[in-house]
Design a protein around this ligand. Structure first.
Ligand code: ZN
Ligand code: ZN
Length: 301
């Protein structure tokens, strides 16, 4: 079975790149033996988070990211209380922030101090709820895997945006478990940079979607993803469709000739270049244009 973007090989853990991504909760170790029963921040009880996760009122993605680092053959957590809650609630794949062990002093410190802290909640409590939560998280994981296998299937999905149901083509699955999709709003092709699986629904009006040629989505979008630049020998201008200069600095300079095109569609933000706009849209989950309006759409309807 093909590797999906969030899959990883524990035998080659040192090769897993840093940044935001999914990691299986079962693969993350505690750096401390026991955890306190409340969060240091505002003294919120850990039980509150557990309750909300079990009831589905809180999604793991809405909780501040657990920081993990690879060290001596395993992933270790710097946020043991949150990890405890996720483990207790049978969360399957967890959005985490992967850091280098050496870059965050807390990992070394926590693993050394061995401080005794209280744990009041045994695994026994909420047996039934935990089972239900496990099934729910498993269903989510399966749906995410299914979506990843449906990239470049033309208008296979719909998304709801600002009261409209719009057809969408998934163009990329990210290691963070989110999806980049091209959305058609009736007038323009837009790129949504980080859709959650729960935002993507099967489009009933396209029972047999066509698979689009497997072109790199970066080449059909003028907001070029940063990972494309690591693959290409020279930076790429998606507006001109050509390689530009030899460094990202050259591209920035080149893009000054395309002023007025790097604008967010969901807020008044205007950016100086494609990199800034992509960063903005990913951070805010705002839609950005997939290509300048003057050009023909890369995907025909
Ligand atoms: Zn250009
Ligand atoms: Zn915006």
């Amino acid at each position: 079975d093909a590797m999906l973007p969030w899959h990883y090989d524990l035998d080659n853990g040192e090769n897993i790149s840093v940044g935001d991504r999914l990691i299986r909760v079962q693969d993350i170790c505690f750096t401390q033996k026991e955890v306190n029963d409340s969060f240091s921040h505002q003294q919120r009880p850990i039980m509150e988070l557990i309750d909300n996760l079990l009831k589905g009122h809180t999604q793991p993605r809405e909780v501040p990211r657990v920081r993990v680092a690879w060290h001596q053959g395993a992933f270790w957590s710097a946020d043991n209380r949150r990890l405890y809650a996720f483990k207790h609630c049978n969360v399957d794949w967890l959005p985490v922030r992967v850091l280098r062990w050496d870059e965050q002093h807390e990992f070394e410190m926590k693993s050394k101090n061995g401080e005794k802290l209280r744990t009041e909640y045994a695994q026994r409590v909420h047996d039934q709820q935990r089972q239900a939560a496990a099934e729910r998280y498993l269903t989510e994981s399966r749906y995410r895997d299914y979506l990843a296998r449906c990239t470049m299937m033309q208008w296979m999905f719909v998304v709801e945006m600002q009261g409209q149901v719009l057809p969408a083509t998934i163009v990329k699955a990210t290691p963070d478990g989110t999806f980049e999709a091209v959305v058609w709003n009736g007038q323009h092709h837009l790129l949504h940079p980080c859709l959650l699986p729960s935002q993507l629904w099967r489009n009933r009006e396209v029972p047999e979607p066509q698979r689009l040629p497997a072109i790199d989505p970066g080449c059909m979008s003028y907001i070029v993803p940063s990972d494309l630049h690591s693959k290409l020998p020279r930076p790429w201008c998606g507006i001109c469709g050509i390689c530009v200069g030899s460094s990202s600095k050259d591209l920035k300079q080149h893009e000054q000739g395309h002023q007025g095109l790097f604008n967010c569609l969901d807020c008044p933000k205007k950016c100086k270049g494609s990199a800034d706009l992509r960063r903005h849209s990913r951070k805010m989950s705002h839609r950005i244009p997939i290509q300048p309006e003057a050009q023909n759409p890369a995907i025909s309807v």
